[in-house]
Design a protein around this ligand. Sequence first.
Ligand code: PEP
Ligand code: MG
Length: 838
Amino acid sequence: MDKRTTTILTRITPSAKIDRARHGWRAKCLQRLIRMELPVPASFALPHAVVQMIASGQAVDLDPLNTLFAQEDGLVSVRPSAMNPEWGGPGTVLNVGINDATHDRLAKRIGQDNADAIYLSFVQSYAINIARLDPDMFSQSGKNALAEALRNYRDEMDESFPQEPERQLAGVLRSMSRAWDGPTARLLRQAKGAPADAPLGLVVQQMRLALGPGLCGSGTIQFTDSVTGEPRVTGRFRGQKHGETVGAGAETLFLTRDERGISLEETAPEIFADLVRFGVAARERLREEMQIEFMVTNGQISLIDALRVPRSSRAAVRIAVALARDGVIPREEAVMRVEPRALTDLLHHQIDPRGKRDVIIRGINASPGAATGKIVLSAAAAQASAARGEPCVLVRRETLPEDIRGMHASVAVLTERGGMTSHAAVLARGLGLPCIVGASGLNIDLRNRSVTVGRLVLNEGDEITIDGSSGDVLAGAPPMLEPALDDAFNQLLEWADAVSDMDVRANADTPEDARTARKFEARGIGLCRTEHMFFESERLHAMREMIFADNAEDRKLALDRILPMQRKDFTDLFEIMAGLPVTIRLFDPPLHEFLPHDRTGLRELAETLDLPLSTVVRRVEALSEFNPMLGMRGVRLGIAVPEIYEMQARAIFEATIDASRKGAVVVPEIMIPLVSAMREVELVQNRVDAVAAAVRNDRHANFTYRLGVMVETPRAALRAGDIAAHSAFLSFGTNDLTQMTYGLSRDDAGRFMGIYVQQQVYSEDPFHILDQEGVGELLLIGAERARRKCPDITVAVCGEHGGNPESIAFCHEAGFDYISCSSFRVPIARLAAAQASI
Ligand code: PEP
Ligand code: MG
């Protein structure tokens, strides 16, 4: 054996040079167990470079492994050892090295049947996976199965089953290394974040027998519950079970004392005590909750593997916090260990992962959490259902302002159309309601009050469950887990805030939203969409009266009705936020969202406004636009009909005075939407200043305020330098900015987004994950130009992307002052901001 080849295989000893990047996580983990002097059978690590050599057909020297085959039982296992356990790998192969001679020896020690079963299982797996023979010829079982399998092998290969352990091993290694490079394996691991050329190491380990005399068997043990994260011993032990081979007298034992049956704790207390001791030591040394895989051979334990305990989101939070509290890991590490998105599962009800899922249809997971209710097909039916105390799910083609009442009365929302930023999606996230949109296989039949999905017909009143976290609609009522806003959750976020250097604010429109924002410890409101204050029925009428006014006098009357409502809204928000900054966006109503869409709606409106139907129809036609999202929205309305913004400015300033008299001093932030030219800002600024002067005069009071601009057109980003000269802050509205940068309708993109992502035209839905290359560049250009002109200007993001961990990292990197997202995403954003800061 030459010198070069001796280094390719490393026996895992306490001092061996084993590193994760070359040998993989499993090899490194086994070394740690060995260093702790735990009873790990002899193990060898093959680094990635060797695995690649084997895959490309080069012969490598496996001599050092001969010592393993020379042992009495002479069997080894081969396990994958990727850099990251999440990346998976080819399945473990057991019992490598068995041949006629070993088989005879085993038969004497553990009985003929057991020995036959072990040999048969290896011959079958070798024939199928290594020799690539037809699986149908190797599915035999029963008395003569082994002889038949060996005969079939010989007939097909024109040679006997290989008897040299080294040759068997070389074949197994080659097949595992090639499996890693297969296209399916690549795709699967890339979906889990692995790079295309992720390395694979392999571990060859001496095998112990878990069949035979005395206490024999195999099992796993962990000390934390995988679903709840509570400390609890779980796992199982199977007596007389060796890999897939089950011997005579096999039985399953509970680990701890259990009324349902016998336990290892009672049968073999010393083995149980050892396992507990190993578990405690592994937690401290490996700084992680581990699941230990072990074997017992005639009363002797071997630890053959250890894995991070698989865990739900709730368990992940509890485990990280417990490890930090016990001083096993520092607090920052606990903060880094929890995936921010995982917090979503703790904020809402969740379908118990242990239950069965009867999925009817899938859509876009627009707002997380799960809820069960009876199908209702209209807002009125939802309200009636709520009045009866029956939880209901509002199912609509898409939602309109009228539906907001129905949404309030429902426990979840499902729509056939729409994307991540459609009306239903944005509102549901704000309300914390589970919501699925764009479930395009859904067919709503209003006449028969039913919904069809393929051949399945569901009637109004049938029970369904919306899993807004996954996008699955389920039949019936699966078991649920309660939200877990517990001590561990709060502790983790407290540690996160302590290291974070970017603020997180909430997008909050109503007092209820603001209270949620406070509950989740947002550092202020970064976006109050004032038009959302008008979705309730009485207010909707006032708003429509204002929209329908066709002369200044009528409009003034309508605005006079609205002013006190707005003043009260703002006073409430200021009081709840207790001096924290509150950014109020002036009206940005896409008018079509406030107009009736069908005959019934038009008739109802005519009745409420006391106008002839024909007048209403004419006015709706006059106001209708071909492309309302690019029409008379935002500042355009503010400039065309200045009284609206003047009314809002007055309401804000009067509320500022009222709230400041009662509590903390309020410095309101007024934000102008959909700006594309500096002159728009100047015009609004002049009018708002004039209103401020008038209110100071009328109320004999003083106050200050900050006026800022929402950057949501590409032009505003490009001209941010000019615009900054008139602004105390700029907040990027990445929903509209994405829409306009791509020329992609927020409301209609759902129809083809799936196809686009599937065919990798876009790597992700850009309304969901910020497009850093395109829209992101506009953010950087805008921020840089604004800061060059006005170094002290505040720069922020308040589009839906503000709640997205990758986008938060991007904004942190660009030095943004804060991000603002839906109240229910604030905890996720706080954790993501902290991780970006560490
Ligand atoms: C935006 O466009 O990003 C935004 C926050 O405003 P809206 O979603 O209300 O248009
Ligand atoms: Mg916008």
